[in-house]
Design a protein around this ligand. Structure first.
Ligand SMILES: *[C@@H]1O[C@H](CO)[C@@H](O)[C@H](O)[C@H]1NC(C)=O
Ligand SMILES: *[C@@H]1O[C@H](CO)[C@@H](O)[C@H](O)[C@H]1NC(C)=O
Ligand SMILES: *[C@@H]1O[C@H](CO)[C@@H](O)[C@H](O)[C@H]1NC(C)=O
Length: 216
């Protein structure tokens, strides 16, 4: 399986300087589910955000059924953030066009296109991930193919979302543009978490495959 390239790694590291508060409403969760989420998020670059988002999403589920399910939930979180952000950006771009703020309009429109690409890629990733589980416990080439597709889609979604973040590089940005940057950054962060959780699932499968092929 393709490893994350260095560029992506640099993007990750530079994105995750932001700290996030842990939500006190976590106490409402099934403690077993919560501790599973906590240990799974251990090692992701935005651990607190990872826990907060997943916990919020699984409020109505009593349990998370292993790393495949966890990766599905994480990707759904990421898609839902991306959809929300895309809607926000498109609405804002329309407003900026109306008031003829050309510079901001172009920046926001470009960013909306990037996030829109992320939405498509994350949807594809979710589709591919659901195909990974249809083979039961047997791991074959077909499954490894789907896994590598998920990896590609999520990495590309992350790159597009990061491009959006980096298009806001002005030294003196307006409050509104700063708010957009934060939203885009949030999409990138939850996507990076999803990628990390997916990697863990993929690694397990690879290890299982290695064990199977070692058998005499
Ligand atoms: C997270 O990892 C640290 C060390 O890397 C460990 O001490 C801690 O117990 C882990 N937390 C969970 C919830 O697994
Ligand atoms: C959880 O359930 C509540 C009430 O039934 C519902 O409003 C909410 O949308 C559900 N959340 C998710 C993530 O499914
Ligand atoms: C999103 O990323 C892909 C691949 O890196 C690139 O070809 C595409 O142009 C990007 N989307 C936008 C709107 O720039």
């Amino acid at each position: 399986m393709a490893q994350l390239n260095l560029t992506l790694l640099v993007i990750f590291l530079s994105l995750f300087v932001s700290s996030v508060l842990v939500n006190p409403s976590l106490a409402k969760h099934n403690p077993k589910t919560l501790s599973y989420i906590e240990s799974s998020c251990n090692g992701t670059l935005c651990r607190d955000l990872c826990i907060r988002c997943l916990a919020k999403y699984v409020k109505n589920y009593s349990t998370i059924d292993g790393p495949h399910h966890l990766a599905q939930v994480a990707l759904s979180v990421s898609l839902s953030r991306a959809l929300h952000t895309r809607g926000y950006l498109m609405k804002l771009a329309k407003e900026l066009k109306t008031i003829k703020n050309k510079r901001d309009y172009l920046t926001v429109k470009d960013c909306a296109n990037q996030i829109s690409d992320s939405v498509d890629q994350l949807s594809q990733a979710i589709k591919e991930l659901s195909r990974c589980s249809q083979h039961g416990s047997t791991i074959n080439d077909d499954m490894l193919w789907h896994i590598s597709n998920v990896e590609t889609w999520v990495s590309t979604a992350l790159t597009n979302a990061s491009s959006c973040v980096y298009s806001f590089t002005g030294v003196r940005m307006s409050k509104r543009m700063t708010a957009i940057k934060v939203k885009a950054q949030n999409v990138a962060e939850v996507t990076s978490n999803a990628l990390a959780l997916f990697h863990r699932y993929a690694l397990r499968l690879q290890q299982a495959t290695a064990r199977t092929t070692q058998k005499p």
